[in-house]
Design a protein around this ligand. Structure first.
Ligand SMILES: Nc1ncnc2c1ncn2[C@@H]1O[C@H](COP(=O)(O)OP(=O)(O)OP(=O)(O)O)[C@@H](O)[C@H]1O
Length: 245
């Protein structure tokens, strides 16, 4: 049984040239894997993750979670399994603890205090008092709390949208290590948007490269970074090597 699959996805947007952001987007995730979702700005990476988490519906195409069509899932149930972590962290009103408990409150599952403490320590946040107002945190602290809030769901699929964008090097590496461990130890699948090629290489087993209005390459990271199949991907990698992006 596939974990997640989709076929012929189309995202139409009136703001685009011919009204279509991307089309014919298909892939299958059969076993737990770490995927870097890359491509130049505006290709539709965030829009694809929004479809995969049912925050938006595709104009055409089909999506399956555990071989069941998205039409047969309630969006809430789907999002217990496929969790989207947005680029710009938004804190829920209240304290850090209110944010950490959000998943258990919304989905009516017991709160796992030990896991929350472990995740906070893993991301260097053990010094923060849980009674602190979440709105007062720094941008980097908010980003990590938002990630931990999502991880408290224990979802098998994580959709990560530039989740280290506002972090310093140490915190960035802590996030990469934690998420890689969750993949290895708990079999979590990650689809991770990043503009950082070093990060993409470090965290991914597979690459989804978006260009030319579609998912142009779906291949192992090793072969993508050694020898991409398309000229668009080659150009993308060359520009990054030269620092011109
Ligand atoms: N709801 C919307 N309404 C209108 N235009 C939108 C909407 N969502 C996305 N777009 C447009 O679609 C294009 C793709 O956006 P998207 O954020 O998916 O790209 P991206 O590849 O993630 O880009 P980046 O790497 O810059 O984050 C952009 O031009 C964006 O302005």
């Amino acid at each position: 049984m596939a974990i997640l699959s989709f076929e012929g996805l189309v995202r139409a947007l009136p703001t685009q040239k011919n009204g279509i952001l991307f089309s014919d987007v298909s892939a299958i995730v059969e076993t737990p894997v770490t995927i870097a979702l890359i491509g130049t700005s505006g290709q539709g990476k965030t829009s694809l993750l929004r479809l995969l988490s049912l925050l938006d519906e595709p104009e055409e195409g089909e999506l399956w979670l555990q071989n069941r069509s998205f039409r047969d899932w309630s969006p809430t149930e789907w999002r217990k399994h496929v969790v989207y972590v947005a680029q710009h962290a938004v804190m829920l009103q209240g304290t850090i603890e209110d944010n950490l408990r959000a998943a258990s409150r919304i989905h009516r599952v017991p709160f796992d205090q030990g896991r929350a403490e472990f995740l906070m320590a893993s991301l260097g946040l053990e010094h923060l008092g849980w009674g602190k107002n979440a709105g007062d945190l720094s941008g980097g602290e908010k980003q990590r709390i938002a990630l931990i809030r999502a991880l408290m769901l224990n979802a098998p699929v994580l959709l990560l949208d530039e989740v280290t964008a506002s972090l310093d090097q140490n915190s960035k590496h802590a996030v990469e290590e934690l998420l890689t461990d969750l993949h290895t130890q708990e079999g979590v699948t990650m689809i991770w948007i990043t503009h950082d090629i070093q990060q993409a290489q470090a965290i991914s087993q597979r690459v989804w490269f978006m260009a030319e209005g579609t998912l142009l390459e779906d291949t192992s990271s090793d072969s993508f970074f050694k020898q991409p199949k398309t000229s668009a991907a080659l150009r993308y990698l060359q520009l990054r090597e030269e620092g011109n992006y």
